[in-house]
Each structure stands twice: as structure tokens, then as C-alpha cells.
Design a protein around this ligand. Structure first.
Ligand code: TRP
Length: 335
């Protein structure tokens, strides 16, 4: 158990697939379980920049909450909350804005990408870009800095945001007094990219994904649809070229890996049986979580209660940090 504080935010964007689980959810859960202090929150204010459908925002937030709980997040150990339930974060963002150069926001990858897209389409460079998107890194820095975070587990696309949060903490600490810890990040392995059932990268937009939460029959049908070549059972097969094998490896213990490879290489298993084995390990991993997920989704009041209790805990540290930050600027500390 390490004494570091870890924190991560997830945007509510619908139900996850097993690639999301392997690449982001499982590593974050493992990291959280190994730390004394961990924070995980639903970044609903970040989502609001793009989602202007109240029902969707609400539903998606419940979905993420149920998802993480079903996959093993322990709300007694990890402080689990909605960003929007912790108003201190938004005040902190305003304090940070006072020391953050506008040029920093101008350099943000996601903002620049949106501008480039507009330019290419011959539109006004700022068309459809709201201030929420523009100041996204500022709010994200407040998310992180309020908890005096040591490590943020992130995908590659988020690294710049963590660097910005460090920059902002530095500006503030240097301008006033040291209040914020400078956060670092831990990169999630992109090597964990899973192929989808057609062999392209697993992605909802290709519709080749295997959802985490689904009933057993549907899961079995999907596994049976995985694309293979036409090698007969007794023919040697290259496991690294098999979609079935590539997915399978993420769900078995390291010791089982060698023998599984050999079955492929020595022509001791046909694709039909390999699919059955894959289905079995996916069931082992996700049957129970699917049940728990369904139960939570039927009880939004319970989710609200859990998240409210988490927000209460998050606000304690947030108030401490905010109060000190206010004080060193010359504003009144919180009472
Ligand atoms: N920007 C992150 C994403 O799109 C979500 C996020 C918001 C976040 N605030 C955060 C992640 C703070 C880590 C820490 O995935």
C-alpha cells in the first residue's frame, strides 16, 4: 500500500466495452486499490460542454456510477462523487484563472484540434467552440489540485492536461505561497488496445465492440461472431494473428498464457473451441458485474445516496485546499 493520493475523472459517455475495461477501468481500479487515498469522480461539468440533453446527461452519469461500482470500486475506500456536487472545484477554477496565461489555453490540443477542424471546413475558427471547451484544462486542473493529488492515471490524450495542471499549480504557488502539490501522471498502456470482433481496433464507432455489461446469451453470440481464417482445428495457428487469442490473453493469468499459446501453435485447438474458452473467461469476469450493474441501474436513489456521501468526503479536502488558496491571495479564508 503506498501513501500516494491518486485521482481520476471519467466523463459520462455511455456503457463501456471490454477494451475500455482493459485499457482504463481495470488499471485505475487496481491503482486505487493499492493506495491509501484515492478519488474517482464523474466529470459531469466537463461533459456538459458537449451534451446539451438533460436526460442523456443524467442517464449517462448513473451509468458510469453503476459501471465502476459493479466492476469493483469500493466506495468506502475510494472517494466516489459527482464533480457537480463539489462546488469548491468551480471556485478553485476561478482562482486558478487569475494566474493562468490565456496562451496556455490557446495551446491546448483539444481546443486547437477544434479550431483546425473549423479552418479546414472553411468556417469561422471559433465556430461552435464554447468557453467550456476553451477553459476545459482550467477546470480539470481544479479537479486535480483540490485533492492535493500525487498521481493521475490517464490515457495519452490527457497528458497535456496534467502538465497544464502542474503549470497552473506552479504559477499559483510562485505568485502567492505554496498551496498546491504538483501532480504527476501514470500513463495507461496503449498496448492494451484490443481488437474488435472484426479485427480492427475495438471501438463503438466501428460497432465491433463487446460490451462489458450484457446477458450471457448475447455475449456468447458476439464471441461466436469473431472473425477467423479458415484453418482447420489440427492446423498450426499463429496466436498473435488470432483475434480470439489476443482478447483471451487479457483475461487469464500469466502462467496460463504459455499453454494457451501452445494449443494454437501446435494445432491442438480449433477456432470453435477457442471461442468457447474465450466465452468462459468473459463470463467469469463479467457475469456477476453485469448483475450488479443491472441492480444499481434499477436503483438510482441508491446511487444518488452513495455519490452524495462521496461528495461530502471530497468537500472536506476541497474546502481545506480552497480556504488556504483564498487566504494566500488576500481573500478571506472559508469560515
Ligand atoms: N478529461 C478527462 C477525459 O476526457 C476527464 C477528466 C476530467 C479528468 N477531470 C479530470 C481525468 C481530472 C483525470 C483528472 O477523459
Amino acid at each position: 500500500m503506498s501513501g500516494k493520493t491518486i485521482l481520476t475523472g471519467v466523463k459520462p459517455t455511455g456503457a463501456p466495452h471490454i477494451g475500455n475495461y482493459i485499457g482504463a477501468i481495470r488499471p485505475a481500479l487496481r491503482l486505487a486499490a493499492a493506495q491509501q487515498k484515492s478519488y474517482l469522480f464523474i466529470a459531469d461539468y466537463h461533459a456538459l460542454n458537449a451534451v446539451h440533453d438533460p436526460k442523456a446527461l443524467r442517464e449517462d452519469s448513473y451509468q458510469v456510477a453503476a459501471c465502476w461500482l459493479a466492476l469493483g470500486l469500493d466506495p468506502q475506500k475510494t472517494v466516489f462523487y459527482r464533480q457537480s456536487d463539489v462546488p469548491e472545484i468551480f471556485e478553485l477554477a476561478t482562482l486558478l484563472a487569475a494566474v493562468t496565461p490565456k496562451g496556455l489555453m490557446d495551446r491546448a490540443h483539444s481546443y486547437k484540434a477544434a479550431v483546425d477542424k473549423n479552418r479546414e471546413a472553411g468556417r469561422d475558427p471559433d465556430a461552435d467552440i464554447n468557453m467550456g471547451l476553451y477553459t476545459y484544462p482550467l477546470l480539470m486542473a481544479a479537479d486535480i489540485l483540490m485533492a492535493q493529488t500525487d498521481i493521475v492515471p490517464v490515457g495519452k490524450d490527457q497528458v497535456q492536461h496534467i502538465e497544464f495542471a502542474r503549470d497552473m499549480a506552479g504559477y499559483f504557488n510562485n505568485t502567492f505561497k505554496p498551496v498546491f502539490k504538483l501532480p504527476g501522471y501514470q500513463l495507461e498502456k496503449e498496448g492494451a488496445l484490443l481488437p474488435g470482433i472484426d479485427g480492427r481496433k475495438m471501438s463503438k464507432s466501428y460497432n465491433n465492440h463487446i460490451p462489458v455489461f450484457m446477458d450471457s446469451n448475447a455475449r456468447q453470440k458476439l464471441v461466436m461472431k469473431i472473425v477467423t481464417d479458415s484453418k482447420r482445428p489440427e492446423e498450426p495457428k499463429n496466436p498473435d494473428e488470432s483475434i480470439i487469442f489476443q482478447i483471451y490473453t487479457h483475461f487469464i493469468a500469466a502462467e496460463e498464457l504459455q499453454s494457451a499459446r501452445r494449443l494454437f501453435e501446435e494445432g491442438k485447438i480449433g477456432y470453435g473451441d477457442a471461442k468457447k474458452n474465450l466465452f468462459i473467461v468473459l463470463e467469469r469476469e463479467f457475469e456477476k458485474p453485469t448483475q450488479i450493474y443491472t441492480e444499481y441501474m434499477a436503483k438510482p436513489a441508491l446511487l444518488d445516496e452513495l455519490l452524495a456521501a462521496g461528495a461530502e468526503k471530497a468537500r472536506q479536502i476541497a474546502r481545506q485546499t480552497l480556504s488556504r488558496a483564498r487566504e494566500v491571495t488576500g481573500l478571506k479564508p472559508l469560515r
